[in-house]
Ligand binder design. Structure first.
Ligand code: M6R
Length: 613
């Protein structure tokens, strides 16, 4: 939610900020703005995408080598020019960009109004910069101290960068609950700072992840970090393992399509070094100290949101099936607010692509405070959830930029399958033969995904037939039920068509009333233990004239005689089928959205990383 970027050094800052904002645009695209120090303080901001800001600024050609930029996902105040960041203090000397929410902003604002401050926007962020200004005036202190003192009074989450006309050779940044990465320029005479590493990677791979409750003072040659309690800390420099090409479109029209087609490789990466099929063994290097806690856990609670929650549902089926540990899958947002029973000894698996989802992070902290052991399953290395977990396993899917999650889902399912199988082996709930069968099959999944992707043209053809539908129903049973939910989520988030996912057998308890000749029903009907049952469900839909698009196993001869359209996926072990059956659903939603003229990578109202409650 919101992307922020800053730079101090010798480069022309404006083009650097714009490039960085474009990389961060997946985090929000309601408005964008920059503030640049160049003798004075120049601020440009505009409702809409970064390209609209560029058009707006075109004539001004701002100069300067120190500046900040922001791309917004609106929380307080509608998306318009006034609410766009950066925000300035009353006297216009200070500017701030902010990602997060200042929860006590209205009390602070009232106090500042009483002191004569006038506000230009409805945002909580503007209140913070006025508050900093007020504190600096009251305490007659330098800007860094004013920021620090202000933050001791702030309730909520933030990643901020503050600049001042009076101190044009510094940036001040701070974080609590929202991420910030500082890039150290190659010659140590420039610094980059951003919400994630994507705006930084082409300049340097040396980074420092700011921790919660830390403030950084950046001048051209020096980075100083201290805690909010005013205790200096030593920056811990890490080397980024990320290629520039992984964050570019590489010839595809959209990141989403690129990411769908990357899946054979991202799945290989998720299992590399972990799946030792010849030895009939699984090892997850990130889980060793707390491995026994997981093996002995009386219960596993899985938390996540959206697609990550769907991957969690697949994991529930796998872990209960092979490792025989009771599993509960919880929406992180519900879990954290409903006084759940969490016992010491419970294991919690927190699943998050971004590793920054506020609800998942808060649910994790709650579970931790009750003595549970936390295992993070994240994509973004060094992210808040990864760091807050006791141990975990990265999914290694590479940067996922399209707002609709695709390759992260399959990589999550791979890692969670490996986790389930590892537990089953340790707990001796699976025979060596069964284990070997599944591991060998898992090894073949990337080539089978490649094969599933070959249906792209056929799926495009089907998309054209159904692109104007107003509703869709997705049905699946067993391991394919979470895939039905995931297919429906993909369609609604990028094409804005209402879609619902259901367990196929539940249809008769209500949704069947929706079916008529207008209703496309996507049925995931691959060959598995509930095949005969799902065939009956298809007949129930057809009897009511629903239009059925069936996802079937290669070579199925029965279902094609019953339905309107079939899309084949290769055969695999039942447990691994979600890795294949989800592929046509991702492609179907992509093509339908494209044909409806939607922005596939940046669907309306959404952001990639949801760092607010
Ligand atoms: O980064 P996370 O995996 O924690 O994100 C969770 C959800 O916000 C995310 O999966 C969202 O539902 C996606 N847009 C789905 O495509």
């Amino acid at each position: 939610m919101c992307g922020i970027v800053g730079y101090i050094g010798n480069r022309k800052v404006y083009p650097l900020l714009i490039k960085g904002l474009k990389r961060l645009e997946y985090r929000g695209y309601d408005s964008a703005g920059v503030a640049i120090l160049n003798g004075g303080l120049e601020v440009f901001k505009k409702q809409g995408k970064v390209s609209e800001l560029e058009d707006f600024v075109a004539a001004a050609k701002p100069h300067g080598t120190v500046g900040i930029g922001h791309t917004r996902w609106a929380t307080h105040g509608e998306p318009n020019d006034a609410n766009a960041h950066p925000h300035q203090s009353s006297n216009g000397d200070l500017a701030i960009i902010h990602n997060g929410i200042i929860e006590n902003y209205s009390a602070l604002k009232q106090d500042l109004l009483n002191k004569g401050h006038v506000f230009q926007s409805e945002t909580d962020s503007e209140v913070l910069i006025h508050f900093i200004e007020e504190i600096q005036k009251m305490h007659d202190c330098d800007l860094e101290e004013a920021v620090r003192l202000a933050l001791t009074k702030v309730v909520g989450a933030y990643a901020i960068i503050v600049i001042s006309k009076q101190d044009p050779h510094q940036l001040i940044a701070a974080r609590k609950g929202s991420p910030l990465v500082i890039g150290i320029g190659k010659d140590k005479n420039e610094f980059f700072i951003a919400s994630d590493a994507t705006p930084i990677i082409e300049y340097t791979n040396e980074v420092v992840y700011l921790n919660d409750n830390e403030i950084a003072l950046l001048t051209q040659n020096e980075l100083k970090i201290k805690s909010i309690e005013d205790v200096p800390t030593t920056p811990y420099i890490q080397i980024l393992d990320m290629e520039l090409q992984s964050i570019e479109k590489g010839g595809y029209d959209y990141f989403m399509l690129k990411e769908i087609f990357e899946q054979p490789n991202s799945i290989r990466d998720a299992m590399r070094g972990r799946l030792l099929a010849r030895k009939n063994h699984v090892q997850l290097g990130g889980i060793h100290k707390y491995l026994q806690n997981l093996i002995d856990a009386p219960r596993i609670i899985i938390i996540g949101c959206g697609t990550s929650w769907h991957a969690g549902l697949v994991a529930e089926y796998i872990i209960e099936d092979v490792a025989r540990i009771p599993v509960e899958v919880e929406y992180a947002s519900e879990f954290r607010y409903r006084n759940p029973v969490i016992n010491k000894g419970d294991a919690v698996i927190a699943i998050s692509q971004s590793g920054e989802t506020a609800d998942t992070l808060a649910a994790l902290e709650l579970a931790k405070s009750h003595g549970a052991t936390i295992y993070g399953v994240c994509n973004v290395v060094g992210s808040s959830i990864a760091r807050a977990s006791h141990e975990g396993a990265y999914i290694h899917a590479g940067p996922e930029i399209g707002v609709a999650s695709t390759k992260a889902f399959t990589a999550q399912v791979v890692v969670l399958s490996l986790m389930g199988l590892m537990l089953a082996k340790h707990r001796k709930t699976i025979s060596e033969h069964q284990l070997s069968e599944i591991l060998l099959e898992l090894e073949r999944i990337p080539e089978k995904v490649e094969k599933a992707l070959k249906s792209n043209a056929q799926i495009e053809y089907i998309a054209d037939i159904f692109k104007d539908a107003r509703n869709f129903l997705y049905l699946g049973r067993g391991y394919n039920f979470p895939v039905a939910l995931e297919g429906a989520l993909k369609l609604k988030e990028i094409s804005y068509i209402h879609a619902e996912g259901y367990p196929a057998a539940e249809m008769k308890h209500g949704p069947i009333a929706l079916i008529d000749e207008e209703m496309p029903v996507v049925v995931i009907a691959t060959r598995d233990s509930s095949y005969d049952k799902i065939v009956s469900n298809i007949q129930e839909v057809k009897a009511r004239k629903g239009k059925v698009i069936a996802i079937v196993s290669e070579g199925d001869t029965l279902i094609p005689t019953m339905v309107d359209h079939v899309i084949e996926v290769p055969m695999t072990h039942e447990m691994l089928m979600p890795l294949l059956s989800v592929i046509p659903l991702q492609l179907l939603s992509y093509h339908i959205a494209l044909m409806r003229g939607c922005n596939v990578d940046q669907p309306r109202n959404l952001a990639k990383s949801v760092t607010v409650e």
